[in-house]
Design a protein around this ligand. Structure first.
Ligand SMILES: Cc1ncc(COP(=O)(O)O)c(C=O)c1O
Length: 455
């Protein structure tokens, strides 16, 4: 799994200290180049971050002209024009009813804010016992301890368990390996019913919210629920006076071919978490949009007027990047482009299903997950020690293609998947190249490692 390292990097505490990282030099469109001149196609937009492509002149110009004016006013003293306009833009992308936006520096902080908003919303109504937030296994809401407590990714949680709060998790809507060993549609969407069952078990007056990624991100590899799932979830939340928090950090602002992934089901959230694609990686930015019914409670409460925050909340440099990105997505019709290019991608990618190690191909728009198995009939995962997802990813990187990898779908540990999530600006020719590189990486890995294991 070694890749070259062109810098000494002796003082860097890297994400993975077994690995040697190349040093990036520049980016343009869907490509990145390292210091040695090696070109990489950014097939995963970093980690489903890059939406408008690398080196976007309009975004760079917007950040630079904001920097010329002012970089830091402090949220406790000022709003900025970029922040005000970005909030308007976010709301214009959001489902009906969303009315206010709180900006932070990324997805994890946004999840923390969503937790606190849910808590405060009920506190202000005198419902102080409504503290639990129900989440799902095979989910990821961020690395900070509150967000990690809600996350249902066993490997990412395990070292920090002593610090995590004991919040209820329900099984995910994961049809390829149904947690209830049922099949759609005979299952009657048992996974959605599980929400109501859990609410009844704990008691609705102890529950503040249910949080979910509308299409599960890298914790499971672009898992799409059955059509009935979110309408049932919405109905259940309304029935028991529970907020529906949707984490669209990966899926927001067009990635799946709609403004937000939840728009595929015509369901509205109470709290919407976003990050990544909103600034396309040009600046650290995330945020939380809330439904007007929530802000009304904050606004009308005689006892409140203050919400805790972060030093960099609403930072104008980050907001100017976000504003330029969302304007670009809008004026270049990139949401519709994601749907159109997604159709092309799905048509072309159907051939991947013929490969012996591909168990499932799923997702929507320009967000695709590929689950790897050693036996397609039995859906047998590769043993985790083989690090199938990571080593296919490394093979692809050697060929100049960047992917995301993940594991844990089969039993929390084993079960490998890859994710592709290219910039929305990718062309169909570049999609062809992406798929060719992906296919040859999968084939090469299968010949080198997978085939002999499976025999
Ligand atoms: C769905 C989802 N929520 C939240 C986060 C956390 O975002 P960040 O890494 O920007 O803190 C991520 C990151 O991958 C994510 O995929």
């Amino acid at each position: 799994m070694e890749t070259k390292n062109t810098g000494s990097a002796q003082h860097i505490f890297p994400r993975d200290w077994r690995k040697r990282y190349p040093v990036v030099e520049r980016g343009e469109g869907v490509y990145l180049w390292d210091k040695d001149g090696q070109r990489y196609m950014d097939g995963a937009g970093g980690a489903a971050v890059v939406t408008v492509g690398h080196g976007n002149r309009g975004v760079i110009q917007a950040i630079s002209s904001q920097a010329e004016k002012v970089c830091f006013p402090y949220i406790g003293n000022f709003l900025s024009q970029a922040q005000i306009e970005l909030a308007d833009r976010v709301i214009s992308f959001s489902p009906p009813g969303m009315s206010r936006v709180y900006f932070v520096s990324g997805g994890s902080e946004a999840t923390e804010v969503a937790i606190k908003i849910a808590r405060q919303y009920y506190l202000l109504q005198g419902k102080e016992r409504k503290v639990n937030i129900i989440s799902r296994w095979l989910s990821y809401h961020g690395a900070t301890l509150g967000a990690l407590s809600l996350s249902g990714h066993i490997q990412r949680r395990k070292d920090y368990l002593p610090y995590l709060t004991d919040s209820p998790h329900i099984p995910p809507p994961y049809c390829y390996r149904c947690p209830f060993e049922l099949s759609y549609p005979a299952c009657h969407i048992r996974c959605a019913e599980e929400l109501e069952r859990t609410i009844k078990e704990i008691g609705a007056d102890h529950i503040a919210a249910f949080i979910a990624e509308p299409i599960i991100g890298n914790a499971a590899g672009a898992v799409v629920p059955p059509a009935e799932y979110y309408p049932i979830v919405r109905e259940t939340c309304d029935k028991y006076d529970i907020l529906l928090i949707l984490d669209e950090v990966i899926t927001g602002f067009g990635r799946t071919g709609k403004n937000f992934a939840i728009d595929h089901w015509g369901v509205y959230p109470d709290v919407l978490i976003f990050g990544k694609g909103v600034s396309s990686g040009y600046a650290p930015l995330g945020g939380v949009a809330i439904h007007e019914k929530i802000f009304d409670v904050f606004f009308q409460s005689p006892s409140s007027g203050f919400f805790s925050g972060y030093t960099y909340s609403g930072n104008p440099l980050a907001c100017s990047a976000g504003l330029a990105v969302l304007n670009y997505i809008d004026t270049h019709h990139l949401v519709e482009e994601c749907a159109r290019k997604g159709d092309y991608l799905w048509e072309q990618a159907s051939r991947l299903k013929d490969l012996p190690l591909v168990g499932d191909v799923r997702g929507k728009g320009l967000f695709m997950g590929i689950e790897l198995v050693s036996d397609r009939e039995q859906k047998t995962p590769f043993p985790r020690e083989m690090m199938a997802a990571e080593t296919v990813k490394a093979t692809a990187m050697e060929k100049g293609l960047l992917l995301m990898s993940g594991s844990g779908t089969a039993d929390g540990v084993a079960g490998d998947h890859l994710v592709i999530a290219p910039p929305f600006t990718i062309t169909t020719e570049e999609l062809d190249l992406l798929l060719n590189l992906l296919e040859s990486s999968l084939k090469e890995w299968w010949e080198r490692y997978g085939k002999s294991y499976s025999k």
